[in-house]
Each structure stands twice: as C-alpha cells, then as structure tokens.
Design a protein around this ligand. Structure first.
Ligand code: FAS
Ligand code: PHB
Length: 394
C-alpha cells in the first residue's frame, strides 16, 4: 500500500492532521493501536482555545461543539478562602475559551473521518517506522495475523507520550527536557451539575483543586494528590469530602455529589523534545511534548502543532517548497515553550509543594494578590490562558 502521509495515532493530533490534509487533497492513512472505543474511553482535556475551535470549524467538525460546548469568558481563582474572577473576555479584548471535552472532539473527528470514508486502521499492532532518514520512509504493522507495509513520503508521529515514533529516533539525534512534579491529579467525572458557572482553580492549604465541567449536567473535578496515591484508595465519598474541604463556603453549599463515571490519577510533567523533525518524520502533540494540565494547554498545543505541520506539507506538495517542513520544528517549539512556561508557572502558583517549609505558600499568596490588584498581571494570565494567536511567533 502507498500513501503520501502515514499518521501514527488516532488521538486529537492524528485525526485533526488527517482532516486538514484531506481538505488540501493530500492522502493520509492513520494507524491506531487501540480500538476507537478505547480511544473514546479516555477522559482527558476539557478546554479549547479559540485557535482549536477555529481548526475544528476549518475541517467541518465543529457543529456539535457550537451546539453543546459552553463559551466561558472567565475563570475563578480561590485562595486564602476567597474567590476572585479573572475576566478573560475583558482582559483579552473579547476572547473566550470553549468548554468541550476532548472525548467529544475526538468523537466528532472520528465521525467526520468515517463520513468521508478516509482510511483509519484501528488495533494496528506492532507499528514500526522505517527509513525516515531517507526519501522513502515506510511503516509496518500487524493486523488480522498479517504484517502490512505502507510506503509513504512522510510519517507524522501523533502517537502520544508513550508512542513508537519518538522512541525510534536515535538517542544522539534528540534532546529531551523534563520536569516531573511531586504530585498527581486525581480526576473524577460525574453526571452532576457543575458547582459554579465557570471553572474554579483552588489553591488551598490542603492542596490544589479544580472544579471543571463538560456540560450543564456533567462535571469534572480534580484534586492534587501525592504521587504515592492509588486511585483504588479513593472512594467517591472520600473524594467529595476532600473537595469540600478545599472549597469555600459557597462551593460547599452548591456542590452536588453523585457516583463517579470515571476516576483516575494522572502524573504531572513538563516535557519537550527538540527537534520535532527527523528527516521525513515529524512529531506532533503529546509525542513531542507534555504540559501539566493546569493551564489547559495539552490538547490545544496538539491542535496548533498539526496546523503548522499541515501548512508545511501543503507547501511541500502544492508549492513544491521545502521551507515549511524545514521550519516546522522551530515554528512549533517557539509556541510550545511559551505554553510550557505558562503551564509550569500556573502549576507552581496553584499547587502546594511538600516539604518547602511554607515559604512557597507565602510567595503564592503574594503573587495571587498581585495578579488581582494589577490589571497588567491579570492580563498576562488571561492572554496565556485563552491562548496566544496562531501567528504570535511568526
Ligand atoms: P494522545 O495520547 O491523545 O493520542 C495518541 C494516540 O496514539 C493514542 O490513541 C494512542 O493509542 C496511539 N498510539 C500510541 N502508541 C501507538 C503506536 N505504537 N501505534 C499506533 N498508535 C499508537 N490536557 C489538557 O489540556 N487537560 C487535561 O486535563 C488533560 N488531562 C490528561 C490526562 C491524561 C491521563 C493524559 C495522558 C493527558 C491529559 N491531557 C490533558 C493532555 C491530553 O489532552 C493531550 O494533550 C492530548 O491527548 C494530545 O493528543 P495527541 O497528541 O493526539 O496524543
Ligand atoms: C478539564 O476539564 O479536564 C480541565 C479543565 C481545565 C484545566 C485542566 C483540565 O486546566
């Protein structure tokens, strides 16, 4: 079999890239090691920047998002027992964020791809990438007891943090930067009405908390927990009791609890691979970088990576120019590092760090008080939270 671009991974990165390439008349095959049901069963991100909303519209997969998504013009910071609203819309001259779960984004992209009859191979086992340092790369995989080979011009590594593409790059050709945080996020999804109209980020003496949502009837909550915690240790009752202790009085009164639909613990890390291009293979999304989810950047960075990659490949095929693919890594990394910095900063501001003798909490309290008193400081938070424009670094 032959195609122009072999995409490894059918998460948001791979699916969005496939849609952008199809729109430009470029053929691609997506290879995914799990089933579509498994991919849809993973509960992850919840916030879309305007740039990501625009990309879903661009590929014709945005209609349900506009019907069911919730447009938010602000977030709330709860610390020292008081809630303070950051007016994103006012501070950024009219920008908002869209509350629409990654699961739904993925579902919309899968449906759009199916409707177009575009090739996605699910449950593709032992995917391997070959010859990406030549002009004739290929991909092999196993399915239904047979080994298949795809000849291609390019390979897009959209296979996430634990994928095969980054792992296939010779160690001497890649630099990895990493910071692992000394805590994780225990997440709970429930069919209960959100505790507030907008998201509440909590910095409490007991640790970070986040009150997010998926709709007017479905909520997503997170609690900072020690890395040693196992999700089995946390009953629903224990989760709700701890969340109450981290909320303020108003939150405790309004919180509606119910059975968890999903509960999981995710580790937090900052991670960046440099470069993101290796001959005819490109890394995009979590395959190339990871952010702590505090800044709601993971999914959004994946979206802009593949927008840049689609532009580069369109330039190659349509304008016969190498400039885009030669500049892909640098263009992505300029945006990635700014999102990494914001996510690290917001994580450092809102979480309690063990064994620091309490001095970090004093810095955090002072910085949060400064953010609320200085419009310049609040504007910095707002413009990073809603997402920098696609051409910010161009
Ligand atoms: P993904 O990991 O989503 O997709 C990669 C795909 O490649 C997967 O379907 C995988 O099965 C497939 N794959 C892997 N290896 C393969 C192989 N060898 N062959 C074929 N296919 C292969 N972001 C936020 O903004 N907010 C959050 O709250 C948040 N929570 C998260 C919680 C967890 C546990 C994780 C892991 C991530 C979270 N993220 C969050 C980040 C997340 O949303 C990612 O940024 C987003 O999924 C990135 O999408 P992809 O790059 O497509 O990677
Ligand atoms: C989510 O709803 O999953 C979510 C929202 C905001 C974040 C992280 C996760 O910063």
């Amino acid at each position: 079999m032959r195609t122009q671009v072999a995409i490894i991974g059918a998460g948001p990165s791979g699916l969005l890239l496939g849609a952008l390439l199809h729109k430009a008349g470029i053929d691609a095959v997506i290879l995914e090691r799990q089933s579509a049901e498994y991919v849809l069963g993973r509960i992850r991100a919840g916030i879309l920047e305007q740039v990501a909303v625009d990309l879903l519209d661009e590929v014709g997969a945005g209609s349900r998002m506009h019907q069911e998504g919730l447009v938010h013009g602000g977030i709330e910071l709860l610390f020292d027992g008081k809630r303070h609203r950051i007016d994103l819309n006012h501070l950024t001259g009219g920008k908002n964020v869209m509350v629409y779960g990654q699961t739904e984004v993925t579902r919309d992209l899968i449906e759009a791809r199916r409707a177009l009859g575009l090739p996605t191979v699910y449950e593709a086992r032992n995917v391997a990438v070959h010859g990406f340092d030549t002009t004739h790369p290929s991909v092999t995989y196993e399915k239904d007891g047979k080994t298949h080979e795809i000849q291609c011009d390019f390979i897009a590594g959209c296979d996430g943090f634990h994928g095969v593409c980054r792992a296939s790059v010779p160690r001497g050709a890649i630099t990895e930067y990493e910071k692992v945080y000394p805590f994780g996020w225990l997440g709970l999804l429930s069919d209960t009405p959100p505790v507030a109209d907008e998201l509440i980020y909590i910095n409490s003496p007991r640790g970070f908390g986040l009150c997010s949502q998926r709709s007017k009837t479905r909520s997503r909550y997170y609690l900072q927990v020690p890395l040693t915690d196992k999700v089995e240790q946390w009953s629903d009752e224990a989760f709700w009791a701890e969340l109450r202790l981290r909320l303020d009085e108003e939150g405790r009164e309004k919180l509606v609890t119910g059975p968890s639909l999903e509960k999981s613990i995710a580790p937090l890390r900052s991670f960046v691979t440099e470069p993101l291009r290796f001959g005819r293979m490109f890394l995009a999304g979590d395959a190339g970088h990871i952010v702590p989810p505090t800044g709601a950047k993971g999914l959004n960075l994946a979206a802009t990576d593949v927008k840049y990659l689609s532009q580069a490949l369109i330039e190659y095929y349509v304008e016969k120019s190498q400039a885009g693919i030669d500049g892909y890594s640098q263009r992505c990394l300029a945006r990635i590092w700014k999102a990494e910095r914001f996510s690290w900063w917001f994580t450092s501001l809102m979480h309690r760090f063990p064994d620091d003798g309490g001095i970090n909490a004093k810095f955090q309290s002072a910085e949060l008080d400064y953010v609320l008193r200085s419009e310049a400081a609040a504007r910095t938070v707002a413009e990073n939270y809603v997402g920098l424009p696609l051409d910010f670094n161009d």
